[in-house]
Each structure stands twice: as C-alpha cells, then as structure tokens.
Design a protein around this ligand. Sequence first.
Ligand code: DHB
Length: 313
Amino acid sequence: MVSTKTSLGGFEFGNCLMNAAGVWCMTKDELAAVKSSAAGTFVTKTATLEYRSGNPEPRYQNVPLGSINSMGLPNQGLAYYLDYLLELQEAEPERTFILSVVGMSPDETHTILKSVEASDFKGLTELNLSCPNVPGKPQIAYDFDTTESLLREVFTYFTKPLGIKLPPYFDIVHFDQAAAIFNQFPLTFVNCVNSIGNGLYIEDETVVIKPKNGFGGIGGEYIKPTALANVHAFYQRLNPAIQIIGTGGVLTGRDAFEHILCGASMVQLGTTLQKEGLVAFEQITDELKVIMEEKGYETIEDFRGKLHYIDEK
Ligand code: DHB
C-alpha cells in the first residue's frame, strides 16, 4: 500500500500536499474547505496584526503558464485566523494546521509572534519573509542582515515550532549565505519558494494587473526549475533538523515527486489550486501514488532527497 503521508516538526499529516499561503485561505469557509479536501493540512493567508484590504483590483491574473499577482497582503487580521485555529484545535486535536504571519514592520512582527507565543496555539507558525507586493516594503529575506537580526530577536521569546517562507534565490553564494544564517536558529522548516517577485506580464500593449503598474509575483509552470533548485540547495545546506516545504510549479504528480526528490517533506499548491480548485489535491495525489507504485516506493521517505547526479567517469 502506497502512502503519501508525511511529518513536519514531529506532527503527522495524512497527505504531503496542501495549499500555499495566499490561495484558498482568506476566510474560515475557504480554510474549512481545504481541511475537508484531500489536502494533508492548510496554511492561512499571511496575517498582519490588523485587517488589510490590500491593493486595488485587478490584482491577480491567471496566464497560460502560471499567474501574476500583487495582492498587497489583504487579510482578516491575526485574531481572525488565530481564533479559528484555536477552535479547530479543540474540535480536532489530532490534526495540525499552519498559521502564516508577518508584520508591516519588525515591531509588528514581534507583537504578532509574542501574541501567538502567549496563546494556546499548538500548531506550526510560518513567518513570511518574502511578500513582494507591498509598495515600499522590500522582500525581507533578500536583506540578510535584517533577516538575521529579526530571527535572532524572535528566538529570544518564541518557543513554538516556527518555519519561514522564503523568496527564490538565484545565486549559489546567496544559497550559502542564507543557509549559514538559518542554520544558527532552531527553525522547524523553510518553505521554498514564494513567487518570483516583480515579473511583468503584458497582453496586447497593456499590463494585466493594476498595482505597481503591472509588476507582480510570478507563480505556476514558469517557476518550477527555480523552486526545485531552492528546495534542493537548502536540502544540501541546512541542518537535517530543518525540514523543507516545496512550493512552486506543481501541476502534476510528477512535479510533486520532483519536489520530494529534491528534499521536500511537504508540497504546496498555489497557482494550480487557484486554477483547478480543490480537486487538484486528489488528482495530484493520485498521480503521485501511481509514480510511487511504478517505482516501488511505499512512502515518500523512500525517495525524499535522493536526487541522482551524473557521476564523472
Ligand atoms: C502577498 C503576496 C505574497 O507572495 C506573499 O508572500 C504575501 C502576501 C500579497 O500580495 O498579498
């Protein structure tokens, strides 16, 4: 019997597929729908301390090879998601869910994480260091000094399992530098990757989203090679205690298989979930199981991280 179950931070999940933050996770209804689907768990929309309406519309567009978005962190505010997670924790104590957060400033991030720390929340928290879409706010994880000092401060008070959502890196030196920073901290996971920031998609003579004159985060088919490179680069460099969530360009079971082969313990669907809906979890899980059966793998641990290289002769 083939199984796609997995574990993260010591918590067990019946399936290694789940949503990526931003898709099907803005409201309790959406989160409940992901929870009832074939997904192993869900992550919330990245919460700021207070409600945000986000950038002007149109701010998300599907395109043939993926998507472009500049949502601008619309969300219901921390309390909405945290209260829902606390409710679920009572109702379904055997399941674990992920809360995604980031502040609009380092101070706000600390306020948020201190409030999560002080709550009864027992699940996983993902600190989003990679939102590319708030005008005037750089992607935090592209600034290594800021990232290091933020994490240093966070781990003075935060004792619950914490992961970070990363932007894609494109240079081997940056993989080395980023991993050297992350390895100093008791992170539970890193999630590779957020959208490739600030692409531009044009139809006829015009951009397709309104914010930032059309610049937005790119997801979908376009980004799989970059996502796989980031998953594998961090798999090679991080302390084995830091697990990896693979996100980016997962349209098929084969794509999920490749993320796991690169080292991912969990695989997230963003653009594909947006385009196909919840049925994508079932379809991609079934496709992944067929590949595993063909190859004689019973669990994802049988092939996770075991990417083959071409030997020199
Ligand atoms: C948004 C986009 C992101 O890629 C992200 O990580 C957080 C927020 C957004 O525009 O809402």
